[in-house]
Design a protein around this ligand. Structure first.
Ligand code: BES
Ligand code: ZN
Ligand code: ZN
Length: 468
């Protein structure tokens, strides 16, 4: 699909009309006969009139994304090659809805429909192509391309996407976007005391990798660090997951993939900040060499961690990555981590929403606001002193699981907080994307599979970081 901006209407195979607030203004008779009420996600094709009508009950940017994604899917079910739509003040939502709704993952299908889809031309008609509008168009295109790239990485099977491949992908993204790129192997991890991360990957035939990308600019206005959980597979380790819970765990690399995607957009938009993207790429497997419940691991900052469940592995990887970030990068203005960290977060807030945690309420609320503006769903989950006590260990400095099953998203967040240095305590936020990262039942403009959660939220947040 190619999206074009135009100012004068042109003849296309079909015209897309978004009906706002159920106010049908044209073709009333035929639409009534078809019982078209213009409710959300209701979409009809009138072949004789060459029109696609789609309902959108609220003039809200995310409702527009959903509506246009329904329309593009309808178009894809036909052989029409071109479509036009009129935009009024909603260009970003239209472009994102088209690109995100049009996505399908068919790398493993023998018969692919990508070729047919590539031929489609979409014309968005605006009143005037100003520099600002052109900028908006390009930004929306970069963001959605990145979300789709992240989706494809996450959707790729674990036997085709393991830490080494993730490091290769990172290297390629860095080359394409002129980012600095460092890849470290297990030797580096052990020499630098990153034994928590190293232990998690020990039983895998795939060696762990630490990925560090940097976007550098002259006189950066801010220094931002992004850290991602890149578990290319989470079997649970010796605390093995039951089979039903193991399927979809290829998506445990979603936080890491999101960080790679965010880095590529930051470079494309040439944002005036120094941004670091750090990913712990690891596979959590079983075997004679596996780390065990009862092991005590020492993280990079010297913290001893009692392992009571090898399935709470993400926090072990992130602990070392957060230490690495804070040791390597001085005077950080903001540090965000993205992780499919807990099932508890999904239980707590549902499949659609990410959980935002941290010590600084102002920061977590800013992240939540950015999420809302970007079209992602996210909510804050507050820490408290009582839950903090539940991750104490009787034999080590901290335990990798809490003594209570309640509040699991928050206790995992508080475990990470332990590894945040004093000077960064107010600058850090943790985003648990376990719910929305992988979609088992399609919703909105997300088909089955990975959603690319975190990318749009982060870009919106970083773009506006200097506005206060
Ligand atoms: N990767 C999982 C969390 C997860 C669950 C992500 C469902 C996406 C969907 C994580 O490593 C994990 O297994 N967490 C455990 C923690 C528990 C052992 C304290 C969990 O959530 O059950
Ligand atoms: Zn796990
Ligand atoms: Zn995990």
């Amino acid at each position: 699909m190619k999206i074009n901006l135009i100012t004068k209407s042109i003849q296309t195979d079909v015209e897309i009309i978004i009906v706002l607030n159920k106010k049908i203004k044209s073709d009333k008779k035929i639409l009534k006969e078809l019982n078209f009420k213009a409710t959300d996600e209701e979409c009809v094709l009138l072949p004789e009139l060459r029109k696609i009508y789609v309902g959108c009950e609220e003039n809200h940017h995310d409702s527009i994304r959903i509506a246009i994604s329904c329309a593009i899917r309808k178009l894809n079910s036909t052989t029409y090659k071109s479509a036009s739509i009129i935009s009024n003040d909603n260009l970003k939502a239209l472009v994102e809805g088209l690109e995100l709704g049009n996505y399908t993952f068919d790398n493993y299908k023998s018969k692919k429909d990508t070729e047919k889809k590539k031929e489609k031309e979409i014309y968005i008609q605006v009143s005037k192509i100003t520099k600002k509008l052109q900028g908006e168009f390009e930004e929306a295109s970069h963001i959605s391309e990145s979300v789709n790239m992240v989706r494809t990485m996450v959707n790729t099977a674990p036997d085709d996407f393991y830490p080494e491949i993730m490091a290769m992908e990172a290297t390629m993204i860095a080359q394409e976007n002129k980012l600095e790129c460092k890849i470290y192997d297990e030797d580096y991890l052990s020499k630098n005391g990153m034994n928590a991360m190293n232990a998690v990957g020990r039983a895998s035939r795939h060696k762990s990798k630490l990925i560090h990308l940097t976007h550098k600019v002259k006189n950066p206005k801010k220094k931002i660090v992004l850290v991602g959980k890149g578990l290319t597979y989470d079997s649970g380790g010796l605390s093995l997951k039951p089979s039903d819970f193991m399927t979809t765990m290829k998506s445990d690399k979603s936080g890491g993939c999101a960080v790679l995607g965010i880095m590529s957009v930051i470079s494309k938009l040439d944002l005036p900040f120094e941004v670091h993207g750090i990913v712990g790429a690891v596979e959590n497997m079983i075997g004679g060499d596996a780390f065990k419940p009862d092991d005590v691991l020492t993280a990079k900052d010297g913290t001893t961690i009692e392992v009571r469940n090898t399935d709470a592995e993400g926090r072990l990887v992130l602990a070392d990555c957060l230490c690495y970030a804070q040791d390597e990068i001085k005077d950080i203005d903001c540090i965000l981590d993205f992780a499919t960290l807990t099932g508890a977060c999904v239980v707590g807030v549902g499949h659609y929403t990410s959980g935002i945690m941290g010590n600084n309420m102002l920061l977590t609320h800013k992240v939540a606001k950015a999420a809302m503006i970007s079209g992602e769903l996210a909510t804050t989950l507050p820490f408290n002193r009582y839950l903090k006590k539940t991750i104490k260990s009787k034999i080590a400095d901290i335990c990798n699981i809490a003594s209570t099953r309640y509040g699991g998203a928050i206790t995992a967040g508080m475990f990470l907080e332990h590894f945040i240095k004093e000077e960064n305590k107010q600058k850090w936020a943790h985003i648990d994307i376990a719910g929305p990262a992988f979609i088992e039942e399609e919703w909105g403009y997300n088909p089955y599979g990975a959603s690319g959660a975190g990318v749009r939220l982060a870009i919106e947040f970083i773009k506006k970081i200097n506005n206060d």
